[in-house]
Design a protein around this ligand. Structure first.
Ligand SMILES: NC(=O)c1ccc[n+]([C@@H]2O[C@H](COP(=O)([O-])OP(=O)(O)OC[C@H]3O[C@@H](n4cnc5c(N)ncnc54)[C@H](OP(=O)(O)O)[C@@H]3O)[C@@H](O)[C@H]2O)c1
Length: 431
């Protein structure tokens, strides 16, 4: 007869680590309070070859639960059995099971418990089931994080055997881009209401969209990677900065789970960290790059080549950098101030413009102008690097003077690309 008072909890998780590493970590019970927030006390009272007696105190939702349990390590079955012999619960036992999995180890925990308190039984049973489920979920989370951190620590100190490849974290430009991607996946997809789709997308966690297998570099090295979607569009950033920040952190953690050696933060995913004044790097173990230095180098290279192509003398050119006080814009400005006749930087924040103008003017090759007026700056320039971080375009195509060169490296784009008959300007997109 099944015991109707017995409460069951079953959880499982794929942990990206070898089985022996997972088992070794889980048997180091005394270390649990250091890295699992809900475990307040865990100590070994007695230990023999494959048996242990351990003492526990956990706290979830302000409820402390204590017990002493006997544990049996059954390595031939890849399992650990536990059973409380005294404590706050009438019955508390279960097993951890470890199975090889293509992505690491499948860890399953089966728990059976009875609270056994009359009068408040129906509430206490449901509540304890919830608390202990949270407890075991947080143990699984913490084990996974710990094993990933250890793997990256050894990678950073030179062990390249378990970490390789790259992760790209990106997002959709706007709602239209979202619709286009959905139709690419299913040409018959009929778009739903904007309100419905926006809210659904907002609550969707970041996810891996696809793997990039055998990517071959210019030096013929083969490497694997993956593309991860951080589920937001730039319009959402102002409304929920912290929510978007945690989506980007989550996306990096997905990349870590895939064991990549570096993550590149595309578009707004790097900018959001500056907005909330937090560093993504402090929350994850995987090395990160924004690609900003590379983008700045490519933009400069691009405008220099375009000038050669059009026989424009860069030495005597008037150059504007829209978003010139930003990370990429200021890098371009610091290089180009030594190369051109006049350099204009634009931005919204006057104090930043003032500070950078002062710094650049010290180099004295170019005449340096700082302004908040994009239109005025752009209209008079031979070369424009558009590097403003904006949710929607800010530069109209008819502002540019004939013969000008425009490098638009914004993501989303800084220039509005309405159909135009103009054939007298050269415009290209950064990288
Ligand atoms: N193509 C690529 O491969 C690639 C790679 C990386 C980044 N990006 C893109 O490059 C852009 C810049 O990135 P970042 O990291 O340099 O950003 P950032 O450090 O946040 O700088 C953004 C700059 O834009 C300025 N700005 C914002 N709104 C403006 C407006 N309405 N008019 C003029 N300036 C304005 C900001 O000035 P205030 O501070 O005064 O607002 C700041 O100077 C982003 O769109 C990013 O997505 C492209």
């Amino acid at each position: 007869m099944p015991d109707k008072d017995l409460i069951e909890i079953k959880l499982s998780r794929i942990i990206p680590s070898q089985k022996w590493r997972v088992i070794r970590l889980i048997t180091k019970v005394g270390e649990f309070p250091k890295y699992i927030p809900c475990v307040k006390e865990a100590s070994v009272i007695q230990k023999s070859r494959n048996k242990m007696k351990t003492k526990w105190r956990i706290q979830v939702d302000k409820i402390p639960i204590s017990w002493i349990e006997e544990d049996r390590l059954a390595l031939s079955q890849n399992a650990i059995y536990f059973k409380a012999i005294e404590g706050d619960l009438e019955e508390f036992r279960g097993e951890w099971i470890f199975q090889d999995h293509p992505e690491g180890t499948k860890v399953t925990v089966n728990v059976y418990l009875k609270v056994g308190i009359p009068a408040i039984k129906s509430f206490a049973d449901a509540y304890m089931k919830k608390l202990l489920t949270t407890n075991f979920e947080s143990i699984l989370n913490a084990l996974e994080r710990r094993l990933i951190s250890v793997k990256y620590a050894s990678y950073k100190s030179g062990d390249k055997t378990r970490i390789a490849g790259f992760g790209i974290v990106g997002h959709l430009y706007n709602f239209y881009h979202f619709e286009k991607c959905l139709k690419m996946l299913n040409p018959n997809f009929k778009m739903r209401s904007k309100e419905f789709m926006a809210q659904l997308f907002h609550v969707t966690p970041s996810f891996k969209l696809y793997d990039i297998l055998d990517f071959t570099s210019k030096t013929n090295e083969k490497v694997n990677g993956c593309f991860i979607v951080s589920t937001f569009i730039p319009d959402m950033v102002e409304k929920d900065m912290w929510g978007i920040f945690s989506k980007v952190v989550k996306a990096c953690k997905i990349a870590e789970k895939n064991g990549v050696g570096i993550v590149t933060l595309g578009g707004f995913t790097s900018i959001i960290a500056e907005r909330v004044g937090q560093q993504i790097a402090a929350q994850v173990d995987v090395p990160l790059t924004t690609g900003n230095t590379f983008t700045a180098a490519m933009a400069i290279d691009g405008v220099v080549k375009a000038a050669e192509l059009l026989n424009m003398d860069i030495d005597s050119a008037k150059v504007t950098i829209v978003g010139g006080t930003g990370d990429i814009g200021s890098a371009c400005a610091r290089v180009l101030v030594d190369e051109v006749r006049q350099l204009t930087i634009t931005g919204r924040t006057k104090s930043n413009l003032r500070l950078l103008r002062q710094e650049l003017a010290k180099k004295r090759k170019a005449e340096v102008i700082a302004t908040t007026d994009n239109e005025l700056a752009v209209k008079d320039s031979d070369i424009i690097i558009a590097a403003a971080s904006v949710a929607a375009s800010i530069l109209k195509i008819d502002w540019f003077k004939p013969g000008s060169i425009i490098c638009d490296l914004g993501y989303p784009k800084n220039v509005s690309y309405a159909p135009t008959p103009r054939r007298d300007i050269l415009i290209f997109c950064g990288i």
